[in-house]
Design a protein around this ligand. Structure first.
Ligand code: SAM
Length: 275
């Protein structure tokens, strides 16, 4: 019998993948966790019925979350990742030699545990000595931090369950407080086809707090609609005014210095969400 997984985006539309086998299923303290092996995309982490990452296309999202803000900041040393328990963003962050410390605050320890077990290519750097892993609520962590981080990356689930607070104006204000005076943050902000209101709301809220606010995009085939957005808020450094000399060679499969700029060129219906 064929087994297919479908992530429903609306009542009448979803994305679907054929499953070879289920590797693990569990209701954690925070969410339903499924790890499956798909035919097309390899091992896939699913939380509350939503695709988080897959072995085959994870590099797009993780590279684009990490490298855009890290090349924008002139000297990122202290970095925070909120969510991101699969370890993909951390792996990319560590490619920057200026980074002395990367802290991961993931609310669900089970995500870390099963990513290490079934997605070792993604989670492999979580044991790196430059990394501190904290199992806890990113909202609370941010609320307590002041003038600490150069770059903060919000690699969260969609605004349901434990991530609801991570899409609030109060959270963005906390991020501004937690960042140093020239700090920069990026947050994944879902897709413009089905979540246009979310993108518009985040843009509006972040603009009230940060002087430089931009939206960029990437193609992630296993995320709903395939077109994914990221919102940047920056106190001083413009991601579109990065000096050529800032870009150094790192091993990537999606990100390039040309793409860094091109990702900010938006289709008109997406650009409209930023106005
Ligand atoms: N790349 C994915 C996407 O956009 O679909 C998201 C990656 S997934 C690893 C996001 C992680 O955020 C989950 O492991 C979830 O447990 C974590 N998370 C959700 N709410 C959180 C919170 N309040 N604090 C810390 N981590 C949180």
């Amino acid at each position: 019998m064929e087994l297919w997984f479908t992530e429903k985006q609306t009542e009448s539309f979803g994305i679907t993948a054929k499953i070879k086998q289920t590797l693990h299923t569990e209701q954690t303290e925070f969410q339903k966790l499924d790890m499956v092996e798909t035919e097309e995309f390899g091992n896939m982490l699913i939380l509350d019925g939503m695709v988080m990452t897959t072995k085959k296309d994870e590099f797009v999202y993780h590279e684009m979350v990490a490298h855009v803000p890290l090349f924008t900041h002139p000297n990122p040393e202290n970095v925070l990742v909120v969510g991101g328990g699969d370890g993909g963003v951390i792996r990319e962050v560590l490619k920057h030699p200026s980074v002395k410390k990367a802290t991961l605050v993931e609310i669900d320890g089970k995500v870390i545990e099963y990513s290490k077990k079934f997605l070792p290519e993604i989670a492999g750097e979580l044991e790196n000595p430059r990394v501190e892993v904290i199992v806890g609520d990113g909202f609370m962590h941010i609320a307590k931090a002041e003038n600490v981080y150069d770059v903060i990356m919000v690699d969260s689930t969609e605004p349901v369950g434990p991530a609801v607070n991570l899409f609030t104006k109060g959270f963005y204000a906390g991020i501004a407080k937690a960042l140093k005076e020239d700090g920069i943050f990026v947050a994944q902000t879902d897709n413009p086809w089905f979540k246009a209101d979310l993108i518009r709301d985040v843009q509006r809220d972040v603009k009230e707090i940060f002087p430089i606010v931009k939206l960029y995009i990437a193609n992630v085939p296993t995320y709903p609609s395939g077109l994914w957005t990221f919102t940047v808020g920056s106190k001083k450094h413009d991601p579109l005014a990065v000096e050529e000399s800032r870009f150094h060679d790192i091993e990537t499969k999606y990100y390039t210095k040309e793409l860094h700029k091109a990702a900010f060129v938006l289709p008109r219906f997406v650009e409209d969400l930023t106005k």
